[in-house]
Design a protein. Structure first.
Length: 363
């Protein structure tokens, strides 16, 4: 993928929504922003990580807060670009590219819009390989790099720049500011030179998102999308079921909740419980853990295979829950400490999904 044009947006948004594990913001709203920007400013050049200059800066862009709020508070163009404008002259080295901070729903679209507006390329990579609910849950943090400066902006015209002690403090401060800003804000953090991006970034995730979206868009047999995806991504089928209960609340700048599914087809008579904090984090079948963060848990429409975000889970919906192995960076001791189940208060040890599933075939 050398350029991103309007023709690529549907596939990238669909694939990134799946990789976003239910979070990362609404893909439809983000896609509209990216579409408007591409139509207005033209296509965006895509750079591989290896093409980056070691010294010039890469600026990650994204939104922070509860996805449920972002659906009702759609950002204007000025709000989206305000954090970038606030930091563009902060660093002595020039900004060479924009990068998604996470590969999830709307947060894969906002960087495309930003790159188009600024006339900059976008990096085919991100710092999570999925979406996570907290801003220190990035591969830069795993390697010991801390954000030097952070910029945030809201719909009221407020701009805030702060200098956090480290990534954990950056998250605490940003979450408090997000609450004051109405539950959602736009944010730029973890601005690093190309040499650090080369060391830390998870590569090729925009291209992967496009491939996933293209795979779904090409499939016409309603029985085949999920099986095709699992084979492609080396994933696992967790459960086929119908949502019989959904709890969802916005608190502390997150969309938190749980949902339960009654089994259908091969899972008839069984039940699946899934807990989420923006993203789907823990799945239990009949009380037994079958997948947990940092592995990816994804909710797909049972008929079409299209990914579903946590804020659009609805009573009665037929869902196929799947799980994908996370990037190896998250399976390190530090990765599990930062984003494993115990960090979120679940009293279980992380076990890779392939071990929980007993090395079963993917379909």
């Amino acid at each position: 993928m050398e350029w991103i044009t309007v023709d690529d947006l549907n596939d990238i948004a669909t694939g990134a929504t799946l990789l976003g594990t239910g979070g990362g913001g609404d893909p439809f709203v983000g896609k509209l922003m990216a579409l408007q920007a591409l139509q207005k400013y033209g296509p965006v050049k895509v750079l591989s990580v290896d093409e980056l200059d070691d010294k010039a800066m890469v600026m990650p862009v994204g939104a922070i807060g509860a996805p449920s709020v972002s659906n009702e508070k759609i950002a204007a163009e000025e709000e989206l670009f305000a954090p970038v404008e606030a930091l563009k002259d902060f660093f002595q080295e020039k900004t060479q590219a924009i990068m998604p901070i996470e590969i999830g729903g709307g947060n894969s679209m906002l960087p495309i819009a930003c790159a188009a507006k600024m006339g900059l390329p976008i990096v085919d990579a991100d710092a999570m390989g999925r979406a996570f609910p907290e801003s220190q849950m990035v591969t830069f943090f795993l390697k010991g790099y801390q954000p030097e400066v952070v910029a945030m902006a809201d719909s009221q015209g407020n701009r805030i720049i702060y200098y956090p002690k480290d990534g954990e403090w950056s998250e605490k401060i940003a979450r408090s500011i997000t609450d004051v800003m109405g539950g959602n804000a736009n944010m730029v953090d973890n601005v690093f030179p190309g040499e650090i991006v080369k060391e830390c970034a998870i590569r090729g995730t925009l291209s992967l998102a496009k491939e996933i979206g293209a795979t779904l868009s090409r499939l016409t047999d309603s029985a085949s999308p999920v099986a095709s995806l699992l084979n492609k991504l080396k994933g696992y089928s967790l459960f086929e079921g119908k949502i019989n209960h959904i709890e969802r609340n916005v608190e502390g700048g997150f969309t938190r909740g749980r949902t339960t599914l009654s089994g259908i087809n091969q899972n008839k008579g069984e039940e699946l419980e899934v807990l989420f904090q923006n993203e789907l984090l823990l799945a239990k079948k009949n009380g037994e853990v079958v997948a947990s963060t940092p592995d990816l848990i994804c909710a797909l429409d049972h008929e079409t295979g299209r990914p579903i975000t946590t804020e659009t889970l609805r009573y009665g919906a037929r869902i196929h829950m799947i799980a994908l192995p996370c990037d190896p960076k998250w399976r390190t001791e530090k990765g599990i400490e930062v984003a494993g189940p115990k960090y979120f208060g679940y009293d279980i040890d992380y076990v890779p999904v392939e071990k929980l599933m007993g090395e079963k075939v993917h379909v």
